[in-house]
Design a binder for this molecule. Structure first.
Ligand code: FAD
Ligand code: DHB
Length: 386
């Protein structure tokens, strides 16, 4: 079998790439290792930059996002028992939107199938050739086939098969001495805007999914045993970390999903080898504080779709040759911002009293300085796509 672009991975990066290419008349096949239900239910990101919502809307994949997405104009930094608002829209003219990654994935799968797209679930990649491009895979029917193509897009996330096939990649990484315990709860959010809280017991984040569903995160140890966290213990810990001097109350409700995510920073350079292009988490990871991962995956595939469009329109490979550099400039800015937000807000178990005082001073400065808040805001809402 043959296609123009073989896409490995049916997460947000792979599905959006397939959608964007289709709109330019370019054929692709998406090979996803998991089943459809699994990818549609995997709880992850929720905060979208305006550049991300713009592309979904402009390409006809934003109908439900427009109906159900919650547009936000600010966020709260909370520390020392008090909240400090960062007015994102006043400072940047831009907004962010809460709309879960699960919903984007559902919308994009539905759109690809409606448009006659070829998305194959439960496939296993057996071999990948980046120079005479082809992907050999075993399908859900157990049959092994070879998909010949012009280009391969490795959109298969951090644990995928694409990146390990690239010889001589240079990698950069940082592990953090903490993880996030994330919960989804059937309870109306106790806040209209996200709260990023720093407390001596650790970081906590209050996010949301809808007027009826809250999404909350707690900093925990990297080797934390999830079984040690009963629902009651989670609510007690959240209440302690979000507590304010003016008696703000956290509403509690049934927890419907619970998981622990390790935190790391990682970049692989370059994001291209021969005719294989890496995009999204396959090429880079950020710690989740600041919500950059999904948005970076989206900006990578916007750049890749443009480059492939130029190649098929007039034969020029100029944009394809510039793909890795164009993406990495934005990736490294997001890497720095995510690292900065993470160290600003988390408690490092190895920190001494001096480190803690520096962190308190840093928080007080960000909360009180228009310049510092503007810097946070412009990174948070997302810098322009190359
Ligand atoms: P993935 O979503 O990982 O998709 C890769 C796909 O490839 C998967 O479907 C996988 O099953 C498939 N795959 C893997 N191996 C193979 C294989 N061998 N063959 C075929 N398919 C394969 N980002 C934000 O922007 N905002 C947020 O608010 C945010 N919050 C987060 C909160 C948490 C708790 C976590 C864990 C992440 C968060 N992120 C956030 C990050 C975001 O979820 C990821 O960056 C995003 O999923 C990247 O998309 P992707 O398509 O590159 O990779
Ligand atoms: C969410 C996740 C984040 O990492 C973040 O910074 C903001 C929101 C979320 O899942 O809603």
């Amino acid at each position: 079998m043959r296609t123009q672009v073989a896409i490995i991975g049916g997460g947000p990066a792979g599905l959006l790439l397939s959608h964007l290419l289709h709109l330019q008349g370019i054929d692709s096949v998406v090979l996803e290792s998991r089943d459809r239900g699994y990818v549609e239910r995997r709880q992850r990101a929720g905060m979208l930059e305006q550049g991300t919502t713009d592309v979904l809307r402009e390409t006809g994949a934003g109908e439900r996002l427009d109906r159900e997405g919650l547009v936000h104009h600010g966020l709260e930094l909370r520390f020392d028992g008090a909240g400090h608002r960062v007015p994102l829209t006043d400072l940047t003219g831009r907004t962010v939107t809460v709309y879960a990654q699960t919903e984007i994935v559902k919308d994009l799968i539905a759109k690809r199938l409606e448009d006659g797209g070829d998305v194959r679930f439960e496939t296993e990649v057996v071999e990948l050739d980046a120079s005479a491009p082809s992907v050999t895979f075993r399908g859900a029917d157990g049959v092994t086939r070879t998909l010949d193509c012009d280009y391969i897009a490795g959109c298969d996330g951090f644990h995928g098969v694409s990146r390990p096939t690239v010889p001589g990649l240079r990698t950069f990484s940082r592990e953090y001495p903490f993880a996030w315990l994330g919960v989804l709860a059937d309870v109306p959010p106790s806040t209209d805007e996200l709260i990023y809280a720093n407390h001596e017991r650790g970081f906590a984040l209050h996010s949301l999914r809808s007027p009826e569903v809250s999404r909350l995160y707690l900093q925990v140890a990297p080797d934390e045993d999830i079984a040690a966290w009963s629902d009651a213990r989670i609510w007690d810990e959240l209440a302690a970390r979000f507590a304010t001097d003016d008696g703000w109350k956290l509403r509690e409700g049934p927890i419907t999903d619970k998981s622990i995510t390790p935190m790391r920073s990682f970049v692989a350079e370059p994001m291209r080898h021969d005719r294989l292009f890496l995009a999204g988490d396959a090429a880079h990871i950020v710690p989740p504080t600041g919500a950059k991962g999904l948005n970076l995956a989206v900006s990578d595939v916007i750049v890749l779709a443009r480059a492939l469009t130029e190649r098929y329109a007039n034969g020029s490979e100029t944009l394809l040759d510039g793909y890795s550099d164009a993406c990495l400039r934005r990736v490294w800015r997001a890497e720095h911002f995510s690292y900065w937000m993470t160290t600003l807000l988390h408690v490092d178990p190895a920190a001494d009293a001096f480190d803690r005082r520096l962190q308190q001073s840093h928080l007080a400065y960000v909360a009180s300085s228009e310049a510092a808040k503007t810097s946070l805001a412009e990174n948070y809402v997302g810098l322009p796509i190359a």
